[in-house]
Design a protein around this ligand. Sequence first.
Ligand code: GDP
Ligand code: IMO
Ligand code: MG
Length: 424
Amino acid sequence: MTVDVLLGLQWGDEGKGKIVDVLAPKYDLIARFQGGPNAGHTLEFDGKKFVLNTIPSGIFEDNTMNLIGNGVVIDPIILKKEIDKLKLAGVDLLAKKNLLIARKAHLILPTHQLLDASSEKKMGDSKIGSTLKGIGPTYMDKTGRNGLRVGDIHLPDFKNKYNKLVDKHKAILSNYGDIEDFSEREAAFFDALELLKQFEFVDSEHTVNQYLKNGKSVLAEGAQGTMLDIDFGSYPFVTSSNTTTAGACTGLGIAPNKIGEVIGIFKAYCTRVGSGPFPTELENETGEELRKIGHEFGATTGRPRRCGWIDLPALKYAIMLNGVTQLVMTKADVLSGFDKIYACTHYNYNGEVIDYMPYDICSIKPEPVWKEIAGWHEDLTGIRQPNQVPEKLQNYIDYLEAELEVPIKYLSVGPDRVQTLVMC
Ligand code: GDP
Ligand code: IMO
Ligand code: MG
């Protein structure tokens, strides 16, 4: 058995949560492998809507186990809120015993959030546009070998370790100015740890490999998107983890030869939230229209998402980096009603026409070379079968498949679970 991976190919918010929820019945285990509560994964079914930040999107499937892997960074306060909300909605994770947490996952402390906010404030106009969830500082402590891990909370000297790290953070924070009072958040942090202790902690590397050994199926759920990858994204306007397939290996403890299908997900257009380069961004009425029709506001922060047409050089780069074997296109319904849509096929860059993602897209802006494509007017939200796909949308799909050289296996035509077509 191998682990399938589902991940975003753009700048996040491609619809990963929805599609993982759709695929969950096929899998015995769904495992988040990186990122933290900077993620907001939206699921809709039976007229209900949920946004998950840390909990894998298989949580509503009765026969599927869920795992928060070692590569994830966990804010216990946010995780507790997610657990409490699910309980109110009738999904009691403690009773169902369907959530495992990796001991090696790192903890986000209240002071990590303060550090995130102070660092962004200091950067002024050049800020990353972080979600301010403490992601960067937590991964910095992980790679700096100072971090606290979930398994540490059972250690007798946990409080000492915590205080030592907080002292270090206070020393850094004092350079930024007065330190905000975080006593309330600290109390909430320790309170949330008590809830966390009631869950089963595991070594995710053993759990996942044991699932495979027992012939069980596993889906790794990515957060963020490839263009936010710490190594290959639009650095420095990225997140602090590897969002690519390789991140599933380190974030769960699986060998590269255990990766099976890689399911890459993208919107029929493109969005980005936060700062940083976005070659196909439309800073005009069309961009506004996409935002309005697509309800493009961040699931975690509520910030308006920047919108633009599809970017093929960026998508091809993402497909290469991840070894994508199947594609999912979401939000095709949002494009209904446009007479013409556009795809960026190349960039005008530094006096040349290029078809790849160059090293520096921050100081030199790649100018898109557009291909005009006939749009469609049919409402897609009620279609359920590939033979109901309007001709002009089918032409768009055929064009993308030819360019990207990977089949579009699923087409999403609305936010609800049922608004999903299996194409081939
Ligand atoms: P994720 O972070 O990749 O899970 O994506 P988000 O949940 O942040 O953002 C995707 C948004 O689009 C959510 O509001 C989804 O409910 C919604 N969505 C997902 N697929 C579709 C689709 O095919 N059509 C429409 N209109 N909305 C969709
Ligand atoms: P999901 O999983 C979209 C963006 C932030 C910011 C940059 C760094 O829902 O697709 P961070 O908080 O990680 O330090 O922010 O990355 N970002 C996301 N954008 N979707 C996400 O997650 C994101 N997680 C982080 O807006 O530009
Ligand atoms: Mg999201």
